[in-house]
Design a protein around this ligand. Structure first.
Ligand code: F6P
Ligand code: MG
Length: 456
């Protein structure tokens, strides 16, 4: 049940795995230690202080395991719902493996679980998120794009009166294509790659204007955008389907905000009747969404004072959007959930076997949209598949198991695995390899890929 191509590993020097395991992860962990130390310096209660000191000591031990390339040990039983999944995978496949020779995807996920363990075994800090400050801060520095979207989309998507049904559908199609791209490119601002970005760099990544979108569509190397519209349009044409769309979320802050603007349109246009969002249970790959990040975004939109330079009108547009989104939650039109499987080292080739309840749950969805690079790596087994590999082959059981839902991947390319580029995909990739060093990690290119699934 594995793909025929080898998975990337830390010792593959030609791969981004090498730089990530050797340099990026220790840097990220170093910043996490700085964050916890800052929190330590703000405490007054001795019991909490000494408890946090121990968390920091465990982080330092993790740092030496990581930089010393230690063998992967089981996760300590901290009572969390994912322990059995983690330790089964370690016992079954990775006994005796170390950070560099275990598959990159597993070793990297394992590091984030070990980081969580540093806190989860403590008395006072089990939910501490070392990346929380960073996530909030980046959203507050995204003012231009935040208000561009809130001002434009605060009014419900009422279309001009007296237009024909055809014109209405065309207007909806164009908005759908635009917002799918907004949602896609919202993924370029993940924090694991962009530590210490300047405001201008953030702005350049987040410009959302129409012209800009036409230009960026050229950078979508595997492009099922239009097929995606046909699929989503059908949900409304066949009300018996129900119109449930799921988002397997990636990053908090600006990307989540873009996801929500998109999901708002899907609800308002009647294309979907329910949207279910899937987040993470703890701090994951730096900027991924947890329950706290979800609540923070909605509450800061309604009550926050994050943007001192904004006009009253801008602030009001943000508040109204936030209130509407909270109302969707109350009415059950939007549901936030977080299954333990999303924070394990398994790829989604194992989802139906290792988390059958989750698979059955997703089977009931009319479309599951996976956001971002890590989800894409997990869908595709993070292996060296040729770029011409069709998406539904690359995702294996998530396309061909009985009950596999329709699956879309909206991902800016930030790591080695690239599939779904079409019949001439291998040549396209080869040319980029020659002309544009680093094209697979820059986030400049993207894929929007769709698999039709297999009815159960
Ligand atoms: O560090 C590896 C990685 O998964 C990269 O693939 C990517 O750069 C980053 O972490 C996370 O990206 P995303 O937030 O889009 O999943
Ligand atoms: Mg992420």
């Amino acid at each position: 049940n594995n793909p025929p191509w080898p998975a990337y590993r830390g010792y593959h020097e030609y791969s981004f795995a090498h730089a990530t395991m050797g340099v990026r992860l220790p840097t990220i962990l170093g910043k996490a230690i700085e964050d916890a130390t800052r929190t330590l310096n703000e405490q007054h209660d001795e019991e909490k202080v000494t408890d946090l000191v121990q968390c920091i000591e465990r982080m330092e031990a993790l740092m030496s395991d990581l930089s010393g390339n230690a063998k992967l040990r089981p996760i300590i039983d901290d009572g969390e719902g994912d322990i059995a999944l983690w330790n089964k995978e370690i016992a079954k496949y990775f006994q005796g493996k170390d950070f560099m020779n275990a598959p990159w995807l597993f070793a990297e996920a394992y590091k984030y679980r070990r980081l969580h363990e540093c806190f989860s075994v403590s008395k006072h800090w089990p939910d501490y998120d070392v990346f929380y400050r960073q996530k909030c801060d980046t959203f507050s520095r995204s003012a231009d794009a935040v208000f561009e979207l809130s001002m434009r989309f605060v009014e419900p998507f009422a279309l001009a009166e007296g237009i024909s049904a055809e014109e209405k559908l065309e207007a909806e199609r164009l908005t759908f294509l635009e917002l799918t791209q907004v949602c896609l490119w919202g993924n370029s601002t993940d924090l694991s790659l962009l530590i210490n970005m300047t405001e201008d760099q953030i702005k350049a990544l987040q410009s959302t204007g129409g012209e800009h979108l036409a230009a960026t569509e050229k950078n979508i190397l595997g492009n099922h955008l239009h097929k995606l519209w046909d699929t989503v349009k059908e949900l409304r044409e066949r009300p018996e389907i129900g119109g449930r769309i799921d988002f397997v979320l990636d990053n908090a802050g600006f990307e989540l905000y873009c996801d929500c603007v998109y999901a708002d349109f899907l609800i308002q246009s009647g294309l979907a009747s329910q949207v279910r969002f899937h987040g993470k249970r703890f701090a994951w790959f730096v900027s991924d969404v947890s329950r706290k990040d979800w609540d923070w975004l909605l509450n800061t939109m309604v009550y926050g004072q994050l943007f001192p330079k904004a006009t009253d009108q801008e602030m009001e547009s943000l508040r109204r959007l936030g209130r509407r989104w909270k109302q969707y939650e109350k009415e059950g039109k939007w549901v936030y959930e977080q299954h333990p499987f999303w924070c394990t080292g398994y790829t989604f080739w194992s989802l139906h076997e290792e988390a059958p309840d989750l698979f059955l749950h997703l089977s009931k969805s009319d479309l599951v949209i996976f956001k971002g690079d890590l989800n894409h790596r997990k869908l595709t087994y993070d292996c060296a598949a040729p770029a011409s590999t069709p998406f539904d082959i690359a995702i294996g059981p998530m396309a061909n198991s009985a009950g596999a839902p329709k699956v879309a991947s909206l991902r800016t390319i930030k790591s080695d695995v690239v599939v779904g580029l079409g019949d001439d995909g291998d040549e396209v990739a080869e040319k980029l390899d020659e002309s544009e060093k680093g094209w697979k990690i820059s986030g400049k290119y993207a894929v929007v890929l769709l698999s039709d699934g297999r009815p159960g």
